[in-house]
Design a protein around this ligand. Structure first.
Ligand SMILES: [Fe+2]
Ligand SMILES: [Fe+2]
Length: 199
């Protein structure tokens, strides 16, 4: 039986479900910072591998677009609503619109790197324009959600967090091939290694 109100400070075996989402936000922030730096490089007409953008798109499409957004939209937010946890303070519609917009922009980034790979000048132009919009929306979105997670932490019980975490794990197993989350987490380190020598 899950209790609806829990103490503010407690320990949950395996960590909080909301901590999983926060860690994913941190990984996304690292990629957004790299994307900013890649755009500066493109603007300066410095050499940069199209493969870098391909990997960034891979991360944003699968790790964020497919798994992270689904954990929020299919599991956490409906659960908060079900538990009547400050629903009016959770702008679920806005969050959904942000996700939709992010998905659309990632598809644009994909077109950009395909053109860039073909050495079409429009490829770099598209990447510069879309990456600028994407990073702005994604950062604002993450800040918004991090505040929601603080609210959720205050109101969810340890049992709620354990239940949500189990559902996150199941969703990941259903949506992603085995080993994909680990590969994409390591991909962030790999992208940072690639960018290490950039000025
Ligand atoms: Fe989100
Ligand atoms: Fe998020």
């Amino acid at each position: 039986m899950l209790s609806s109100v829990g103490p503010k400070i407690y320990s949950t075996p395996g960590g909080l479900a909301t901590a999983v989402l926060r860690r994913e936000h941190e990984a996304a922030m690292r990629v957004l910072n790299l994307l900013d730096r890649a755009v500066i490089r493109l603007k300066g007409k410095r050499e940069i591998s199209p493969f870098f953008f391909e990997q960034v798109v891979d991360f944003l499409e699968i790790y964020i677009g497919c798994a992270h957004h689904a954990k929020e939209e299919e599991i956490l937010f409906p659960y908060l609503k079900e538990k009547s946890i400050e629903v009016d303070k959770i702008p679920i519609d806005t969050i959904h619109q942000d996700h939709e917009e992010e998905h659309r922009l990632v598809r644009q980034l994909e077109i950009g790197f395909e053109l860039f790979k073909l050495k079409e000048p429009s490829g770099a132009e598209l990447l510069i324009e879309v990456a600028g919009i994407y990073t702005h929306i994604a950062r604002r979105h993450i800040l918004k959600e991090n505040s929601l997670f603080m609210l959720a932490d205050e109101r969810l019980s340890p049992d709620d967090q354990i239940y949500l975490r189990a559902r996150f794990d199941l969703l990941e197993r259903n949506k992603l091939y085995e080993g994909t989350p680990e590969r994409l987490k390591e991909l962030v380190n790999e992208l940072e290694r690639q960018a290490f020598h950039w000025e």
